[in-house]
Design a protein around this ligand. Structure first.
Ligand SMILES: C[S@@+](CC[C@H](N)C(=O)[O-])C[C@H]1O[C@@H](n2cnc3c(N)ncnc32)[C@H](O)[C@@H]1O
Length: 289
């Protein structure tokens, strides 16, 4: 394959993140109350719970697939001594850098780079790596393995990588069983729908590793964002972590809602979000051996 075509193919899974309109909608979505009180709340607590003193104070932190830098800024605000954000999308890095204008003195550094192209610890070796919805963009085992090698290269021995990825939930027999659509009256309207890419998968009830999933989210203003990523079975993921030299400390679905969020949304809706949708979100905490 010619080099240009090969690069296009390699980046195809995450191509939306270079589209300005998509990015505007995506940014809006992740600043919605529901996202902030569930995903952001769960992940940030998950990171801190795994530290000795419930803080990132003094730690060096690398945010892989940092997007517009929401978790990168959060890590800096937690007192991390060095914070670096990496993303494939130059557009996302430009947004993150702009949002961080006042933070550069706090040590945040951004680089536009494909994680799969990290072949040496060129940004240093870190205590903690954050990888929120990154490895679900690997659409085949080789790419997933490359991403995990990059994580390993950038971590100190004994360092932790904490992340989230969509997965095929064994109990649900794949995202096919997972269809969720909720509308909240007298409040924001939100919809999550994780649907397989083809009718064929709906019929078969069994999704294979690396099958494509369309994620559809409706923002509170009614606009829709839709993107595709790639899911694997839990057993596949654990094996790949182990093969790449990691010990798995924790993994599995743990999506929860903050006490404030519970006051904002009806209880049955939050139950569906955390239990049904949450089953597809796999939080992991791994240590480099
Ligand atoms: C769902 S967004 C998550 C952004 C951010 N982590 C957050 O949670 O707000 C996924 C990000 O991963 C980036 N990405 C996907 N594949 C990548 C790769 N191979 N190397 C670096 N970044 C990648 C995309 O450009 C996108 O910004």
């Amino acid at each position: 394959m010619a080099a240009e075509a090969e690069a296009l193919d390699k980046h195809a899974p995450a191509k939306e993140y270079s589209d300005t309109l998509f990015l505007e909608s995506f940014s809006k979505n992740i600043r919605e109350d529901l996202w902030a009180n569930t995903t952001f709340y769960t992940f940030t607590n998950f990171v801190l719970q795994g530290t000795k003193d419930n803080t990132l104070g003094g730690a060096s932190v690398l945010d892989l697939g940092c997007g517009d830098g929401m978790f990168t800024r959060w890590a800096a605000a937690q007192g991390a001594s060095k914070v670096v954000g990496i993303d494939l999308s130059e557009e996302q890095i430009a947004v993150a850098s702009k949002m961080d204008d006042g933070h550069h003195s706090a040590g945040i550094e951004y680089h536009a780079k494909d994680v799969m192209d990290i072949r040496t610890p060129e940004y240093g070796e870190f205590d903690v790596i954050i990888a929120v919805h990154l490895i679900c963009y690997a659409d085949n085992p080789e790419k997933l393995q490359r991403m995990l090698q990059a994580v390993s290269l950038c971590l100190k021995k004994g360092g932790r990588c904490i992340g989230v990825r969509e997965c095929l939930n064994s109990a649900l027999k794949g995202p096919v069983s997972m269809k969720m659509k909720e509308e909240i009256k007298n409040g924001p309207m939100l919809a999550y729908q994780i649907i397989p890419q083809s009718d064929e998968i709906v019929e078969s009830k069994d999704c294979d590793d690396f099958c494509a999933c369309i994620n559809e989210f409706r923002n509170s203003d009614g606009s829709i964002i839709k993107f595709t990523n790639y899911v694997v079975k839990e057993s596949t993921m654990i094996k790949m972590f182990n093969d790449a030299g990691f010990e798995v400390n924790t993994c599995g679905p743990i999506l929860t809602c903050s006490p404030e969020g519970k006051k904002m949304f009806p209880a049955d809706f939050i139950d569906k979000v955390t239990n049904d949708f949450g089953k597809l979100l796999w939080y992991f905490d791994i240590t480099k051996l």
